[in-house]
Design a protein around this ligand. Structure first.
Ligand code: ADP
Ligand code: ASP
Ligand code: MG
Length: 604
């Protein structure tokens, strides 16, 4: 007899008929002798409708009242589903998050789960009842017992957390698509089902815009080793398995906040090549990395910063051994990048630095916790270490620093994040392409804005100041990029820093930074909301040269200009103009042969 946690999304319980169909599925599984806890979302678009209602009354409603309002959506669906089960003769009981004891931080609209009490769940299970739990909501750990919500899409997180707390055999997420696909089928109907994906790959995909799973749900599945599967509510097909490495037993208290950083890694076998002032035109990155790939040189980090006038800087890292070859390739290609414009060729410069190291913190717990990157930057600043390059993903922050600072950086970060020992980054080895395709899936995020801070003095502590300030406003930052080029402004060396933030946070970020701009000697702060972020994800891209080049080439072929590039080991993200985002997604999906013959239809 298995203990199963299931979750049904909004579309799956969007009408009386669908609720009855879901009830039948649950009934059959219960009759087969399984114990079931079922988490449900609000019916259809209920949550969106409630948000609209609130906005008709207030442009900026209090987060507490929003939680009171939005949590009602799930209370409707749980009671109806429970009634439908009782009609079938299946004993069932519905419970709100508070009734279960889903205890969260007292942080409205984005609460993290601290603990899930299991006594009441166990009591009802012993009585042979199927339990229907309201997803997306909890109750605060304060004496006031405030109703909280976990953030949009949070029912997935409720389900996986309950599965972890009950040590369920597995957690099934039922939704309106056949499982996790190579991309969003609403944009690219030829998307194909992935029978399996690793939790690391899914974490990246989910945080880069694949909304089929809430990233925090993947985080919990990974940390607690919850077997997770995503399946269609309409068919019996097996769907997609999200696989995780075996994990040690972990306490169930402070479930979502126990540890933000799991590891500190370093790599001293790195050299950085920077190409400064290359033309800002479609095809430039494709040409450069295409040429590097033909020479079979593997590139690790790639960063392209915001452009300044009509030129760009691109910096990338390779192993020290490959540095001089990479430098020659970059120098040789410069004239062809500037074909029409001899003047600009004179401006281009290629610089190589061998005495650098990369230091990385990683952990699924840093998702949505903006203070973590800021803490890293601050600790390095406190140790007097200057950061030369920053590259981020949702689950990793890497900084390039001077090699001589590496030992001190490791000691500092291990202490600050309570990590017993650091590990040397493993040399990339090509993975079996069959099991680990270089690109597993692609994602599009249209909800980000680009924030540029010009002329930031080039001194330790500046990145820390900026990102601590944003963290204090609870603004999560993605794709932090520091320009490679130092420019002298008012007699001091400065760099530009760019990052992406949620569009809804962009104005708050601009205001906050404007407040300190004068005091810290920054230049202008610019916001561009009209961007799209297109990303490719796959663990097989480690040690496989040419993947970045192919991505950039696909965009270049359609004359799509790349505004920013960042990478982590298993993903590459490009910022492109917003209106070209969907087209870019399609092109890249095709370029990596991810399209299938059949089209996926998503029910309304
Ligand atoms: P639910 O209400 O069941 O939680 P969501 O709307 O939150 O459903 O998530 C499912 C939707 O996610 C799909 O309808 C699809 O449009 C979208 N989606 C985005 N990226 C992907 C992907 N890579 N695979 C599958 N679905 C995706
Ligand atoms: N109903 C909530 C939302 O629409 C939670 C969820 O569906 O996961 O965001
Ligand atoms: Mg969802």
């Amino acid at each position: 007899m298995a203990m199963i946690v299931q979750k049904y999304g909004g579309t799956s319980v969007g009408s009386v008929e669908r609720i009855q169909a879901v009830a039948k599925r649950i009934y059959q599984r219960a009759q087969a002798g399984n114990r079931l806890v079922v988490v449900v979302s609000a019916m259809g678009k209920t949550t969106d409708t409630l948000v609209q209602l609130a906005n008709e009354i207030s442009a900026n409603p209090s987060r507490r009242e929003m939680d009171m309002l939005l949590s009602t959506g799930e209370q409707v669906s749980i009671s109806l589903l429970s009634m439908a089960l009782q009609e079938l003769g299946q004993p069932a009981v519905s419970l709100t998050g508070a009734q279960v004891g889903i205890v969260t931080e007292a942080e409205h609209s984005r609460a993290r789960i601290l603990e899930i009490k299991t006594n009441r769940l166990e009591k009802h299970l012993r009585q042979g009842q199927v339990i229907i739990v309201a997803g997306f909501q909890g109750v605060s750990n304060s004496t006031e017992l405030e109703i909280t919500t976990l953030g949009r899409g949070g029912s997935d997180t409720s389900a996986v957390a309950i599965a972890a707390a009950l040590k369920a055999s597995y957690c099934e997420i039922y939704t309106d698509v056949p499982g996790i696909l190579t991309t969003d089928p609403r944009i690219v109907p030829e998307a194909q089902l992935m029978p399996e994906v690793t939790s690391d790959e899914m974490l990246e995909l989910a945080s880069l815009g694949a909304k089929v799973l809430h990233p925090r749900a993947v985080e919990i599945a990974k940390n607690y080793g919850v077997p997770l599967v995503v399946r269609s509510s309409w068919t019996e097909d097996p769907g997609t398995k999200v696989t995780s490495a075996a994990v040690d037993d972990r306490p169930l208290v402070n479930l979502e906040i126990a540890k933000a950083v799991d590891g500190v890694e370093f790599d001293t076998d790195q050299a950085r090549i920077a190409m400064l002032r290359i033309p800002d035109r479609p095809g430039v990155a494709a040409k450069l990395f295409g040429e590097i790939a033909t020479h079979n040189v593997d590139v690790d980090l790639i960063i392209q910063s915001i452009h300044d006038g009509n030129s760009n800087d691109i910096a990338f890292t390779v192993t020290e051994k490959a540095a001089s070859q990479a430098q020659s390739i970059a120098e040789a290609i410069a004239p062809t990048l500037c074909e029409a414009d001899i003047q600009s060729l004179e401006d281009v410069s290629v610089m190589t630095a061998n005495d650098i190291a990369k230091i990385t913190i990683s952990g699924a717990g840093m998702i949505g916790r903006p203070g973590i990157a800021a803490t890293m930057f601050q600790s390095l600043a406190d140790a007097g270490i200057n950061i030369e390059m920053i590259s981020t993903s949702e689950v990793k922050v890497s900084c390039v620093i001077q090699q001589t600072d590496c030992d001190r950086a490791i000691a500092t970060l291990c202490e600050v994040f309570d990590i017993a020992s650091s590990s040397m980054a493993m040399a990339p080895t090509a993975l079996n392409a069959e099991q680990h395709p270089p690109v597993r899936g692609v994602a599009l995020d249209l909800k980000q804005a680009q924030l540029a801070i010009r002329h930031v003095p080039d001194a330790p502590g500046m990145a820390a100041k900026i990102f601590t300030l944003l963290a204090q406003q609870n603004i999560s930052v993605d794709m932090i990029i520091q320009s490679q080029r130092c420019r002298v402004n008012n007699g001091i060396n400065t760099r530009d820093i760019a990052c992406t933030v949620a569009q809804s946070d962009a104005e708050a970020a601009r205001l906050a930074l404007s407040g300190i701009a004068e005091q810290l000697n920054f230049g202008e702060i610019e916001v561009n909301p009209a961007i799209a972020k297109v990303s490719i994800v796959g663990s097989g891209m480690i040690g496989a040269p040419g993947i970045a080049a192919k991505f950039f080439q696909a965009l270049a072929d359609d004359r799509i200009n790349i505004q920013m590039i960042t990478t982590s080991e298993i993903k590459i993200s490009c910022v492109v103009p917003e209106e070209q985002g969907k087209q870019a997604l399609k092109l890249v999906h095709d370029a990596f042969n991810l399209a299938g013959a059949a089209k996926v239809e998503v029910p309304a």
